[in-house]
Write a protein that binds this ligand. Sequence first.
Ligand SMILES: Cc1ncc(C[n+]2csc(CCOP(=O)(O)OP(=O)(O)O)c2C)c(N)n1
Ligand SMILES: [Mg+2]
Length: 323
Amino acid sequence: MKIDRETLLDIYTRTMKVARADEKFRGLLAGGSLAVVYYTVRGQELVSAAMMAALEPSDYLVTTYRGQHDQIAKGVPLNLLFAEIAGKATGTCKGKGGSMHITHPDTGVMVTTGVVGSGLPIANGLALASQNRSDGRVTVTCFGDGATNIGAFHEAMNMARLWKLPVVFFCQNNRYGEHTAFADHTKVESIVARAAAYGMKGVQVDGNDAEAMYAVAKEAVDRARTGGGPTLIEAMCYRMMGHFFGADFSYMPKEHLAEMAAADPLPRLRALMLDYQFTEGELNAIVAGIDAEVEAAWTFAAGSPLPDANEIRKDVFEEEIAA
Ligand SMILES: Cc1ncc(C[n+]2csc(CCOP(=O)(O)OP(=O)(O)O)c2C)c(N)n1
Ligand SMILES: [Mg+2]
């Protein structure tokens, strides 16, 4: 299924921004310039690029600790993101949130949470607010395959369907929850099978197929925006490294590693771009521009101050507590 060239170019640009920033972070961590826990998004770049390309800038996003691809694809400025991950005062949350709590309402990134499954009911709350206000916004909530075994997933799915909330439940099935393979944590064959239990539309898609992923995302977003209620999307993808960067992943069987390498979304998307008559030169120029932006973001973050110790109680509660 074909999509228009402009949309594909948008998806490519978002994908490469995610990919280059992820590579930069891994380099900083491996080289010792940065010392934080980082959940790499290698292998999941395209799924969120295609999803976010189907949204309006004012739409809401709720994501997880493995959410950097979602945040970048949604539009969080790289300099603010890098600064937050480095714990600097110039970051999205003044350096107090870190990588697991990126929040940037200006680009619709309302919550990033490290509590597995907890984003879904929060997304319902945002969607209910949009429904009450008739503001036309759609909320997308991203989560992993493992999260679908948390009670909150089931409660949120039921409630969203009951109230026809403008929400998209976006499961990125990377086939592992921490160190546990999908078949060892879930006995239904697909996540999407669970949609039937809530009378909800569910679609499984090859998340590394840009055209199919975008078509599924767009249909779900349009359904939500036009009052048709929620959709469960299961985007099949791979977590191409360990649970967090630096973690051992020798428990992944050899066949799985081979399957994963063959499905790498980056060369596949590049080949698709060439099929759509974009030239190597055009693609290289896009990546060069992104690399410059990534370098500038790190320069900004590295040169920014740490938060002042006196700020520690600020922004925690609505009103500052007297010391
Ligand atoms: C409520 C809760 N239980 C357990 C954990 C520990 N934990 C962190 S990530 C994770 C795996 C989640 O797997 P999945 O939802 O597939 O997401 P992925 O990491 O693959 O993106 C677990 C169990 C947690 N953070 N929160
Ligand atoms: Mg997973």
